[in-house]
Ligand binder design. Structure first.
Ligand code: AMP
Length: 215
């Protein structure tokens, strides 16, 4: 199975992708994570992407589509893919069709996480992750049970994304509205879009997604 999780920054794509990975052994393909890894490693792609990401703008279509193709090539044919944060433009959506077809894959579902944009700024600016295992937390909505200690791996170091500040978040949302939302009608015409209320409690969102992927 190959699915796209679509929604503005902070809609919960990463959290829901991780849950699908745990439940179904699928693989999360997050271009944001791949780019952050490239920035950290100082690769040529990372050097090119760093400033663009800090501004909250979009990295070039060719770079992210190449990353997705490479990642898929490293996966077993029977392993399902969850696209998280990709595609983000009409050009990327067209590339993805070609990338999948070349590997004997096709899209099963595009799951849109519908959210209220005003709530997103609070969600995003409060979020942080365990530096060791990547588990996500939030200043207001989900603190570790023992303060300063990760529930999952007992790690004690946490990190925040440099682009999770209000100004950059506003740019990222504007990019979503202008460039990413327009890819939905094309998928709707193919009858593969399912909309989920991303403002519901996380477990309810997960349950709704489970019902879609069980179809
Ligand atoms: P994300 O982790 O998905 O919020 O992505 C963080 C940042 O990485 C975005 O604000 C963009 O600068 C860049 N990025 C991630 N995925 C893409 C993509 N598919 N196309 C262009 N830029 C991307």
């Amino acid at each position: 199975m190959n699915i796209i999780l679509l929604g503005p920054p902070g809609a919960g794509k990463g959290t829901q992708a991780q849950r699908l990975v745990e439940r179904h052994g699928m693989r999360q393909l997050s271009t944001g994570d791949m780019l952050r890894a490239a920035v950290k490693a100082g690769t040529p792609v990372g050097l090119q992407a760093k400033a663009v990401m800090e501004r909250g703008e979009l990295v070039s279509d060719d770079i992210v589509s190449a990353l997705i193709g490479e990642e898929l090539d490293g996966m077993g044919a029977g392993v399902g893919a969850i696209f998280d944060g990709y595609p983000r433009t009409e050009a990327q959506a067209a590339s993805l069709d070609g990338i999948l077809a070349a590997r004997g894959r096709s899209l099963d579902h595009v799951i849109e996480l519908a959210v209220d944009e005003d709530a997103l700024v609070e969600r995003i600016t409060g979020r942080y992750t365990c530096a060791t295992c990547g588990k996500g937390y939030h200043d207001k909505f989900e603190q570790p049970k023992l303060p300063g200690v990760c529930d999952k791996c007992n790690g004690t170091e946490f990190k925040r994304r440099p682009d999770d500040n209000e100004e950059t978040v506003r740019t990222r949302m504007a990019e979503y509205r202008a460039k990413t939302a327009p890819i939905l009608p094309g998928y709707e015409a193919r009858g593969i879009v399912a909309r989920v209320n991303g403002m519901a409690e996380m477990d309810h969102v997960t349950a709704a997604i489970e019902r879609i992927v069980a179809k």
